[in-house]
Design a protein around this ligand. Sequence first.
Ligand SMILES: [Zn+2]
Length: 88
Amino acid sequence: MEIAIFWIGMAIACSIVASNKARSGFGWFILGLLFNVIALIIVLVLPSRVDGANSPTPETHVKCPDCRELVLREARVCKHCGCKLVPQ
Ligand SMILES: [Zn+2]
């Protein structure tokens, strides 16, 4: 039982750290459930998203034509799928 509490606590910690870094709290909660301490360590060492806004805007981001994820407008390679992009 203690292990279950510890496990969920780790997942909650992941989601708190993630939302403090303007990342997906729910997504990291799931990752925390899957990978526990490993996910917590990863989210702790990840840099905060520092490009100003909390959420991507059409001024700063475009949708990748391949995977439809938002990527920075200046990006040449999609960070999600690795496909080449034309900077706009
Ligand atoms: Zn992509």
